[in-house]
Design a protein. Structure first.
Length: 398
C-alpha cells in the first residue's frame, strides 16, 4: 500500500481569523483506503500557514507505505531541516499527517486507533464545558455581568456537565474581548487594577454559587497574565476551590510557571502551545505543571502525543487534550485519552457547539450526561462530510 495523494480542505475559509475555521487533510492510498487528519491552526493568526505547511511536508509522504508511521514521523522531524526546530506551524503539519496515517492504519486493521495504543484505560471520558465567557449554546457571546456567568454555568450543568472552564479576565467591563482593547484600561500585566480583579472574582463567585461545591471550575488565563498578575489572581480565587489554572504565564517559560506554582495553592496546567517531548521536558522535570494539555493536532500527532502522555505519567502529571478545532481534532484526542492511565478530563469547547462546526463531520459525536465514549469504528472514528469537502477551498498534493 502506498500514499498517492493528499487533499487539503480549508473548510470555512470565509471565517479567516474571525473564528474557528478548521483545516483538515485526507491522505489517499492506492489500496482505496484514506485517512483524515487536522492541522491545529484553525484559529488565531496562523490560519493560512496551515494549508501551506501540508503542501510542503506532504511531498515527502508520497509513495511511502502509510503503515510506517514511526519512520515517516522521524523523516519529517529530522530530515526537513525545520522539523527539529519545531514551532507551531511545522508541528501542526506533522500532526495532521500523523493523525491521518493512524486513521489509515486503524481502517486497514479493522480496529479503532486506541486499540493500537494499548487498549482501554478509560471507558468513559469525563468532559467539561469550556470557555463559559462565550456563553454556553449555539450563539457566541461575550459575557460581562456575573449573573450571565452564573446562567451559562447552569446551562452547562443542565446538560450533565460537572466541570466548566472560564477566562474571568478575557472579557472587559465594557463587554469586549480583551485583545480588542487598545487604551490600556483593562490591564492584565504588572498589577491587576482593583476593578479588574474584583469583576473577575465576582464572575467566578457567581459560577460557584450557581454550581455548588461539587462543580469543578477551571480557570483559563490564555497567558494574558504575567507572573505577578497570575499570582495575584490565583490567590484571590483560591477560596473558590479551583480545579486548576490554565496558561497563567508565557507557555514556554517553565521557571515563571514554577514561581507561580510555589506561591499559590492551585494546580497549574498548560500545553496547547508546547510541542513534542523536548518542549514538555522542562515543565515535567521541575514539576511546574500538574496537568498537561497537548493539542494532538499541534504536539506532533498521535505518535508524539502518546509519548508525551507516557512521559507525563512518569512525573505523576495528568493529561487533558486541548480541543479547539474541528471534529477530527476531537476524534484524535479521544483515541489517546481512552488509552492512557493518566487521563484527567476532556475538553468540549463552546465553539464545538456551533452549527458550522458540527456540520463539518460525518458523525455528530457529542457527550451524553457530561461524558464522551470513544467511537468504535476503525481508525479515529470520524470523517469529514462530503458536503463540507465539496464546499471547502481545496488543494491537492500529488
Amino acid at each position: 500500500m502506498k500514499v498517492i495523494s493528499i487533499d487539503i480542505f480549508d473548510l470555512t475559509p470565509e471565517l479567516g481569523n474571525r473564528g474557528i475555521a478548521p483545516i483538515c487533510i485526507r491522505i489517499n492510498t492506492d489500496a482505496g483506503l484514506c485517512g483524515f487528519g487536522e492541522v491545529g491552526l484553525g484559529y488565531g493568526n496562523a490560519h493560512f500557514a496551515g494549508t501551506g505547511i501540508v503542501r510542503d511536508l506532504g511531498r515527502r509522504v508520497l509513495g511511502r507505505d502509510p503503515m510506517d508511521i514511526e519512520a515517516i514521523w522521524e523523516d519529517l522531524f529530522r530530515n526537513t531541516f525545520w522539523g527539529m526546530a519545531g514551532g507551531t506551524v511545522i508541528n501542526a503539519g506533522m500532526s495532521a499527517i500523523d493523525i491521518a496515517l493512524w486513521d489509515i492504519k486503524g481502517k486497514a486493521l479493522g480496529v479503532p486507533v486506541y486499540q493500537l495504543l494499548g487498549g482501554t484505560c478509560n471507558e468513559k471520558l469525563r468532559t467539561y464545558a469550556s470557555q463559559i465567557q462565550f456563553g454556553w449554546g449555539p450563539v457566541k457571546q461575550y459575557l460581562n455581568a456575573p449573573a450571565d456567568y452564573a446562567q451559562a454555568t447552569q446551562d452547562a450543568i443542565a446538560q450533565g456537565f460537572t466541570a466548566v472552564k472560564v477566562d474571568p479576565l478575557g472579557v472587559t467591563d465594557q463587554g469586549e474581548w480583551v485583545r480588542s482593547t487598545e487604551d490600556g484600561s483593562w490591564r492584565l500585566r504588572g498589577h491587576l487594577p482593583s476593578k479588574v480583579l474584583d469583576l473577575a472574582c465576582a464572575r467566578v463567585e457567581a459560577m460557584r454559587q450557581a454550581g455548588g461545591h461539587t462543580l469543578d471550575i477551571i480557570i483559563e488565563n490564555h497567558a494574558f497574565t504575567d507572573t505577578n498578575t497570575a499570582i495575584q489572581l490565583a490567590r484571590a480565587l483560591e477560596d473558590f476551590q479551583i480545579y486548576y489554572m490554565e496558561e497563567p504565564v508565557h507557555p514556554l517559560n517553565s521557571r515563571s510557571m514554577r514561581e507561580i506554582r510555589d506561591n499559590v495553592n492551585i494546580p497549574l496546567a498548560a500545553g496547547e502551545r508546547i510541542f513534542t517531548r523536548w518542549g514538555y521536558r522542562p515543565f515535567l522535570e521541575d514539576r511546574s505543571l500538574q496537568v498537561i494539555q497537548p493539542d494532538f493536532c499541534l504536539v506532533g500527532g498521535i505518535t508524539e502525543g502518546k509519548k508525551v502522555a507516557d512521559l507525563a505519567n512518569l512525573y505523576d502529571c495528568m493529561v487533558q487534550g486541548h480541543c479547539c478545532g474541528g471534529p477530527i481534532s476531537t476524534a484524535a484526542a479521544m483515541q489517546i485519552e481512552t488509552a492512557i492511565p493518566n487521563f484527567a478530563i476532556h475538553e468540549l469547547h463552546s465553539g464545538a457547539l456551533k452549527a458550522h462546526i458540527r456540520g463539518l463531520c460525518k458523525y455528530d459525536h457529542m457527550p451524553e450526561d457530561g461524558y464522551y465514549r470513544v467511537p468504535e469504528a476503525p481508525g479515529i472514528g470520524q470523517e469529514l462530510s462530503e458536503e463540507a469537502m465539496s464546499k471547502a477551498d481545496h488543494y491537492l498534493v500529488c
